[in-house]
Design a protein around this ligand. Sequence first.
Ligand code: ATP
Ligand code: MG
Length: 420
Amino acid sequence: MSTFQAPKGTYDLIPPESAKYLAVREAIAAPLRNSGYGYIETPGFENVELFARGVGESTDIVTKEMYTFETKGGSQLALRPEGTASVLRAALEANLHKLGNLPVKLWYSGSYYRYERPQKGRYRHFSQVGAEAIGAEDPALDAELIILADQAYRSLGLRGFRIILNSLGDKECRPVYREALQNFLRGLDLDEETLRRADINPLRVLDDKRPDVQKQLTDAPLLRDYLCDACKAYHEEVRELITAAGVVFEDDPKLVRGLDYYTRTTFEFVHDGLGAQSAVGGGGRYDGLSEMIGGPALPSVGWALGVDRTVLALEAEGVELELPASTSVFAVPLSEEARRVLFTKVTELRKLGIAADFSYGSKGLKGAMKSANRSGARYAVIAGERDLAEGVVQLKDMESGDQTAVGVNEIVAELESKLG
Ligand code: ATP
Ligand code: MG
């Protein structure tokens, strides 16, 4: 193992590509900030118990994918594999739900950790931006979140994503369906582990990606046919609201999600350019989660969008983000005095909000101009002894190649008007 190798299943975000990740996070966050969601940040690790209860003992995330460890003090902790349980825990701890202001709407952005088999789009460290609306049962809230995710992807220029939608029922109708599904699954030719799963959490068998399993599931009973009237009406209202917003979606009666806590509305954002790891984001309603982690009844809904896969989706579609040039002006001093003068000018430009950089070290003209080129700057400001003796600096337009002398005292104003 090389000292310079990131751990298996992880990778570094490095300029210039890293700018894309920032832009994606920003694009997902913008519609949330604009819709009453407040920013929340929680620790990178929590007590194991939170995820065991909140994500579910029978999920792959908890049984196989979680990084758990014991601290020197003897606490059992886990690196967070997802955001929802932590955000709800934090909201309960801060009593946000008692301020008489439900729903509590929060958004977050951060790193998540799952011990998975690394492959394209599937990493052991990845990043998500997520949103949770806690403490209200209102189809408009489910619709709002779906519409905001759609808006986020569209603002990035993504077109090839699809929204798939289903309802998982509630504590009234789901148990009836669960039993019907269990009876059906018991009649199939399944391996022992899958049969055990059918006993503990039969809905998750529907999510089995193996073709031989999927083939046997063709005639599985569908939750759609078991929804109670309240769930049916709720789901219909969500569908109508997102349709009225012009958001296109597909009903998928077999869509279930990997987490135990989902009820009613459930959805996934998929992108067909990503191969096997096609889900770029997902979410849904989790009316029972608060009680599962020991809180009061707080019906809630949320989603998490994967930043890594969103960047891959942009690449698959060939979308070039319009990233602002990181440097607009690059200063090239050719003498000691010029270093002092241009360094002062660069500082002034930066104070005015103009992105400026400087040729550091003692490079010759050729090396410094190479740096100026590489920086992507629109203008270079070059000065040597002779220029300063005449009270000027050379302003070079890096696009046209034109170079003109500008007075030392005028250069900042000149650049400000050119770039403004
Ligand atoms: P999958 O079915 O692909 O394993 P998931 O259902 O486990 O996805 P969620 O828990 O819903 O994923 O997480 C939401 C989003 O986070 C996913 O749609 C994906 O974009 C991203 N994500 C989840 N796990 C990973 C991972 N290991 N590497 C990169 N991104 C991930
Ligand atoms: Mg997964």
